[in-house]
Design a protein around this ligand. Structure first.
Ligand code: ZN
Length: 411
């Protein structure tokens, strides 16, 4: 994708003196003259910034401003090891709210909306980002935070919540509860703004149908502001990424080479205005593609497709590379399989086995036939045969945060 002149100017301004401001980049770009970067081609020679590099900067090594300019920190919830800490200046916090408010506008929300925030508050960049965007938009925020389904549903009815913000797994849990309790007529939800998790088409359809709402996908990650750096519009499912704040590249996850627009690969992000912790060519490990061409909505902000997985979600079983998105596609193609699944991979007798548990809304008498069909579709699409096992809807765990679906017990 061509960088616009505005983006190149912002990038050059950010790189100017970066090594003097940031001890992290002073070390990383040792021997590189970043002030000499004049073109997109120059920029593309810069080495990537990796998440592991950010960990090494703990606690405050990423700061590119003096301590008295930092008004807040956030931290990514690393499952292992040292957390990544991102310092924010007042401008960063304001810019994040501007981007988040724009997300709500793209989703068609106005100051008349009542928006319930169910993602968590705290060190990670979820609840507080949603709230700041809602307040900036001028809508009314109900800062519930996660959990407490009872109270969530009560407030939804009592305050007339029109927009729910949630992870996809929590949205599904709420949708199931609303339909189980027959509350659909008592709630006035119109839209769902769903963030911070990749999700399959079948799950999307279930949430959308059961809640009777339009769904929007929000994109973002703690290292680059947080959720809210992009969202899809009413015209299409691809997500616009705010070109005045973030520059997007897609690279081959194996070689790091840029791929042509439209080809799948790993998202690499560069911040264009960030003060507290600018990031240059940060590898997100999220997989997607640039959607070429203009969006019917008329917005010039470039688009990426729905996230299809993470490079580190990939598992290799009997020589096949398998991504969660492919498993979701198999499930979507299998009649009688609902949206939820879990995979356990183990090695018995020197051979890898992939045990795929999936929920089925069909009568139990049909399950063995459905399992057989699923195995055949899996084999055709992915190239190996799993051991599928149907269970009843509601048997697999739902989570308020991210639902883990693949468990690799081989190592
Ligand atoms: Zn659009």
């Amino acid at each position: 994708m061509r960088m616009t002149q505005e983006q190149l100017d912002m990038l050059k301004a950010q790189l100017k003196g970066l090594k003097e401001r940031s001890p992290f980049y002073a070390k990383k770009y040792d021997g590189i003259n970043v002030d000499g970067i004049q073109t997109q081609e120059d920029f593309e020679t810069l080495p990537f910034t990796e998440k592991a590099d950010l960990r090494e900067a703990y606690p405050m090594g990423l700061a590119a401003v003096p301590r008295d300019k930092i008004v807040r920190i956030h931290s990514s919830s690393g499952t292992t090891g040292t957390p990544v800490v991102i310092p924010y200046t007042q401008k960063d916090v304001d810019d994040w709210a501007i981007q988040f408010a724009r997300c709500f506008e793209f989703a068609g929300c106005t100051k008349d909306d009542i928006i319930q925030v169910t993602p968590g508050y705290g060190l990670w960049t979820a609840g507080i980002g949603f709230q700041a965007g809602i307040e900036r938009l001028g809508a009314m925020c109900i800062p519930m935070g996660p959990g407490n389904t009872e109270k969530q549903l009560q407030f939804m009815q009592d305050f007339g919540t029109t927009v729910i913000t949630a992870t996809s797994s929590f949205a599904l849990l709420l949708a199931e509860e609303i339909s189980k309790r027959g509350l659909k007529d008592q709630i006035c939800l119109k839209k769902g703004v769903i963030g911070s998790e990749r999700w399959g088409e079948k799950m999307r359809r279930r949430i959308s149908n059961e809640l009777g709402v339009e769904l929007y996908d929000i994109y973002g990650l703690t290292e680059v502001y947080g959720p809210g750096i992009g969202i899809n519009c009413a015209a299409d499912s691809a997500m616009h990424i705010w070109a005045d704040y973030v520059y997007v590249e897609i690279v081959d996850p194996e070689t790091g080479e840029l791929v042509p627009d439209g080809e799948p690969g790993e998202i690499v992000l560069t911040t264009l205005q960030k003060e507290g912790a600018p990031l240059i060519r940060f590898r997100t490990h999220d997989l997607s593609r640039i959607v070429p061409g203009d969006c019917p909505c008329g917005s010039k902000h470039p688009r990426i497709d729905i996230i299809t997985g993470r490079t580190d979600d990939m598992v290799k079983v009997r020589g096949c590379n398998i991504f969660p998105a492919q498993i979701e596609e198999v499930i979507a193609f299998t009649d009688g399989a609902s949206s939820e699944y879990q995979v356990y991979i183990n090695n018995e007798g020197g051979r890898d086995h992939l045990n795929l548990y999936f929920e089925s809304d069909a009568p139990q008498a049909q399950w063995s036939q459905i399992e057989e069909n699923l195995a055949a579709i899996f084999k055709a699409k992915i190239g190996m045969t799993p051991d599928p096992k149907a269970v009843a809807v509601g048997e697999l765990p739902r989570s308020e945060k991210k639902t883990r679906r693949i468990f690799d017990d081989r190592y």
